[in-house]
Design a binder for this molecule. Structure first.
Ligand SMILES: *[C@@H]1O[C@H](CO)[C@@H](O)[C@H](O)[C@H]1NC(C)=O
Ligand SMILES: *[C@@H]1O[C@H](CO)[C@@H](O)[C@H](O)[C@H]1NC(C)=O
Length: 462
């Protein structure tokens, strides 16, 4: 696929040499974000308003069958310390748009501290995107949303610095991605009466939960009616502990690198504490353009890279960032304070046998939120591995979002509840109806495949 696309592009280049320049680089691929002027931050960025569109270009993606027009926009946002930043979002117009507009703010699982691994790059041409680019969850979500007539805004929510797992960065860049869509008439001609739902899984679930926490503070004025997300790491330290020495240990290294990208104080603490092998792993996490995070360092003892080992992580500076990275904590930032309580109804789901993102802290988080006034419908089953759980829950997530757009929150607008079954199991008519034929075909094509070392192996049990 990769070569045929490139060949076709080169053939069309040869056929009309004087046409508008094709933007392929020396490799015959789209230039990497670090080489692409589109991603460069304008010097005037400080005078722009949050969500203001700075640059735009129309693109083709693998989802053109359901998108009448797809654009990348670069927009103004705010970094974790309150600094002006700009990042890119991919915006989709459904073939048959809902009216008034229904919008899915899709937070992709990017999981990388390398700016070249952002989802906008992988989506622009999935056949030439980085090897580790996750077209599985993103593709199913985009196709299902477009099939339902929803607009999709998919921001590079790590910001320009690839601040992986920095919750504040993800929240602000995510919410401004929705503002960018509302500001961009070529995709959304008239936003009157719109409703938006925040959706994502895994690293994208983390970004979704953080954006939902900020929905009525930094997101003031946006009509976000619900959150719908799963596989969320609620406690970063517990996540690093679980990942350490596992097949997925590299995610822990990426997390330290990503947080260091957001917070110079943490970077200044970390860099001198790394042994040479740790420095190499840290640099690789920030520069490996294969973006295949899991393959990078399977089974390493992450703590052995750091002088002082595990105990060093308890020093005041890292402890501060691990603590403020806990979901649900009250937090004051340079862009205002949040209580940590979710301000809108949320559907949250998590496999009790998740091998990557620890399940044990999640029920406690949900109970704490509910005791503080949040409304969560929490769904869990014991059935599956991390990525398989995403596939098995797609039907239920789209049913929740469809109903919420229609004003029916299934009681989640009034109280908390816990569900222990999947209502629309994979392969059932309700599952297929919820996501549409194109997304369902994508689900079927993913069966038995492996994405970043994660097996997708759904079955009809529920
Ligand atoms: C790293 O992970 C292994 C395996 O889970 C665990 O036994 C070990 O205690 C961890 N190392 C530290 C320093 O926590
Ligand atoms: C990294 O280097 C340190 C110091 O030489 C060593 O103790 C540790 O085992 C190494 N870790 C790995 C994963 O190679």
């Amino acid at each position: 696929m990769r070569f045929s696309t490139v060949t076709a592009a080169l053939a069309s280049l040869a056929a009309c040499v004087v046409a508008a320049p094709v933007e392929l680089d020396a490799r015959g691929l789209y230039p990497l974000p670090t080489d692409d002027p589109f991603y460069q931050i304008p010097t005037t960025i400080r005078s722009a308003s949050n969500g203001q569109v700075l640059k735009s270009r129309q693109i083709n993606t693998a989802y053109d069958v359901l998108s009448q027009s797809t654009w990348q926009v670069q927009y103004k946002t705010t970094g974790a310390l309150g600094e002006a930043d700009a990042t890119v979002a991919t915006l989709f117009t459904p073939k048959i748009p809902s009216s008034p507009p229904k919008i899915m703010l899709l937070m992709a699982p990017v999981d990388s501290a390398n700016p070249n691994c952002e989802v906008s790059y992988g989506t622009r041409d999935p056949t030439s995107g980085p090897a580790g680019y996750d077209a599985a969850t993103v593709g199913v979500d985009i196709l299902a949303a477009l099939s339902n007539g929803w607009y999709v805004a998919m921001p590079d929510h790590e910001g320009s610095k690839a601040a992986f797992i920095s919750g504040v960065t993800e929240a602000l860049a995510g919410l401004d991605g929705l503002r960018a869509l509302l500001n961009f008439r070529q995709v959304l001609p008239d936003s009157t009466g719109y409703k938006a739902i925040i959706h994502g899984y895994s690293g994208g679930g983390h970004a979704s939960a953080w954006a939902t926490q900020f929905a009525q503070t930094y997101g003031k004025g946006l009509n976000i009616i619900a959150g719908c997300y799963g596989g969320v790491p609620v406690d970063l330290l517990a996540t690093v502990q679980k990942l350490n020495k596992s097949f997925f240990a590299s995610f822990a290294i990426s997390a330290l690198a990503g947080m260091s990208n957001a917070y110079p104080e943490l970077k200044q603490w970390l860099v001198p504490r790394l042994y040479p092998n740790g420095t190499a792993a840290y640099q690789a996490a920030k520069t490996d353009n294969t973006c295949d995070v899991a393959a990078a360092q399977p089974f390493v003892d992450v703590y052995s890279y750091i002088k002082g080992g595990e105990a060093a992580i308890s020093e005041p500076i890292p402890a501060k960032y691990f603590n403020q990275g806990k979901l649900g904590q009250p937090l004051s930032t340079n862009v205002g304070s949040i209580s940590g309580v979710l301000p809108v109804p949320v559907f949250q789901y998590h496999s009790a046998s998740d091998e990557i993102v620890p399940y044990p802290p999640v029920p406690g988080y949900v109970a704490d939120q509910c005791s503080r006034g949040a409304h969560i419908q929490f769904s869990t089953t014991a059935v599956s591995e991390h990525l398989t759980a995403f596939i098995e829950y797609v039907g239920d997530t789209f049913i929740f979002m469809k109903n919420a757009f229609d004003g029916n929150f299934g009681g989640t607008d009034k109280a908390c509840s816990t569900v222990q079954t999947i209502v629309a199991p994979i392969f059932s008519p309700a599952y297929i109806a919820a996501i549409g034929p194109e997304a369902y075909a994508k689900v079927l094509s993913l069966q038995g495949s492996t994405v970043q070392g994660m097996k997708i192996n759904p079955s009809a049990r529920a």
